[in-house]
Design a protein around this ligand. Structure first.
Ligand code: NDP
Ligand SMILES: CC(C)=CCC[C@@H](C)[C@H]1CC=C2C3=C(CC[C@@]21C)[C@@]1(C)CC[C@H](O)C(C)(C)[C@@H]1CC3
Length: 418
């Protein structure tokens, strides 16, 4: 089987065995977290209080709702966009075109949900359906990944991703073979990365807030904070949608089970864990503590947005006055690396900001349970691993210039610590 990096492309994630284990472990984790959040002890580690039967997982209503959701988001994706952006140059020298209408999709979804609620749509009933919804989302991810795997069989070699074409079907199914699978102009990876999962996440959060108001008269301050912080994060991602075109997921990784499951099942059902926890385990939160947590989130967001915008502005136009004064290192590829500003502080300042926000999302849940800190723990592991993958790719791309950058900016994510 053709491999764009040749037969020696190194295997990641522990190879086929690691991929197989992750394909079992990741869905199991989603269900464990959903069950743990609603159980009395709310234990992150250890078995959940009770295991659900198949009747709790399978619901035709959930399947219909899920398909309607995917259909709605696909329809919103196809609406005329305010802008069409070009992706990075591909191996065949072409550049794909992407609609920039994600924020519009968020606003239209909010309007539709608002209209639905005023017409009696029982949004507060959604939390009861999380388990069967997660089940159909997981099923969809497996079936969709199979479709992607088969579709890649007929794709030209130039359309394949650098990894994910080892010849081992389990590994390739997991990592994804094709870089930008499309049907006509509909780009599956770009669509999944930002629409059904991310917007689904804030909708689930909102449903949990509505349910809390139904149960306790009004939503708690902690629930407001979690909803507000995460809405800001998703709104920001969709507002800066074009920036996703330069992330590793779009430019490097194939589209297989890892991203398909991550985008449509993992993100909405595990990233809403704090709000799920708060519905079943209300936490008192005073104003001084709430203000401190808001400050932590604001600091995290300031670093995250500042770092991402600085790099994106620089990559688009290095002579832009906002970045023209920054110190750089030249590389043999003709590209430059920033060595001052945010990217002179650590080699991944955007990860640092993201992690600080992750802390702020868990703190409203108090410190009595470890469960709401799952996102922070998982995200730390994900970013440490992602940082190592990115370092390898940058060393390959930039060679000596990258080594010089590492010498000038020795810390990876956290100054003086890591
Ligand atoms: N919430 C979540 O679940 C997740 C969030 N994220 C967030 O997504 C965002 C994007 O992350 P990710 O795609 O991993 O990577 P980055 O946005 O950090 O991009 C890494 C790339 O930036 C370029 N680069 C690195 N150093 C420099 C420098 N000094 N000067 C100029 N360019 C440089 C290199 O690419 P090149 O030189 O080719 O431009 C490198 O490959 C982050 O904010 C991250 O926190 C990521 C994963 C999950
Ligand atoms: C455990 C598991 C299934 C791993 C798959 C990882 C995915 C969940 C993440 C990989 C990169 C992501 C990004 C975002 C969400 C999570 C995934 C898909 C992102 C869309 C979140 C919002 C940010 O602003 C972002 C646009 C920068 C970000 C891009 C990467």
């Amino acid at each position: 089987m053709a491999s764009p990096e040749g037969p020696r492309a190194p295997l990641e994630f522990g190879g086929p065995m690691g991929a197989a284990a992750l394909m079992l472990l990741l869905p199991a984790t989603v269900f464990h977290l959903l069950l743990a959040a609603r159980s009395g002890p709310a234990r992150l580690l250890g078995p959940p209080a009770s295991l659900p039967g198949l009747e709790a997982l399978w619901s035709p209503r959930a399947l219909l709702l899920w398909l309607a959701w995917l259909g709605l988001q696909a329809a919103l994706y196809l609406l005329p966009a305010r802008k069409v952006a070009k992706g990075l140059e591909l191996k065949d020298k072409s550049r794909l075109r992407y609609p920039i209408n994600g924020f519009q999709a968020l606003v239209l979804t909010a309007l539709l949900v608002g209209l639905g609620m005023s017409a009696g749509l029982p949004l507060g009933a959604l939390p009861e359906m999380l388990l069967p919804l997660a089940f159909v989302a997981t099923l969809t991810a497996f079936i969709f990944s199979l479709f992607l795997y088969l579709k890649a069989q007929v794709a030209p070699v130039s359309a394949l991703a650098p990894g994910g074409n080892s010849g081992n079907p389990i590994y390739d199914f997991f990592l994804g073979r094709e870089l930008n699978p499309r049907i006509c102009s509909f780009d599956f990876k770009y669509f999944c990365e930002l629409r059904p999962g991310l917007i689904g996440w804030v909708l689930i959060n909102l449903a949990l807030l509505v349910k809390e108001a139904e149960l306790r008269g009004r939503p708690s301050l902690a629930m407001w904070l979690v909803n507000g912080f995460q809405l800001l994060y998703v709104g920001d991602a969709l507002w800066h949608e074009e920036a996703v075109l330069t992330t590793m997921d779009i430019t490097h990784d194939g589209f297989g089970f890892m991203l398909a499951f991550g985008d449509i099942a993992w993100v909405p059902f595990t990233y809403s864990l704090q709000a799920q926890f708060l519905l079943h385990h209300p936490q008192p939160l005073g104003l001084p503590m709430a203000a401190t947590i808001c400050l932590i989130n604001a600091i995290g967001y300031y670093i995250f947005r500042g770092a991402n915008s600085q790099k994106n502005t620089f990559r688009k136009n290095p002579s832009d006055p906002r970045v023209a004064g920054l110190e750089t290192i030249s590389t043999a590829t003709g590209r430059q690396l920033l060595v001052s500003g945010w990217w002179g502080m650590v080699r991944h300042p955007n990860y640092l900001g993201d992690l600080i926000m992750a802390l702020a999302w868990s703190l409203p849940c108090g410190v009595s349970h470890l469960l709401p800190y799952f996102y922070l723990l998982y995200f730390t592991a994900l970013l440490v691993h992602r940082e190592a993958r990115d370092e390898r790719q940058c060393l390959q791309k930039y060679g000596l210039a990258w080594q010089e950058y590492c010498r000038r900016v020795p810390y990876r994510i956290m100054p003086y610590i890591y």
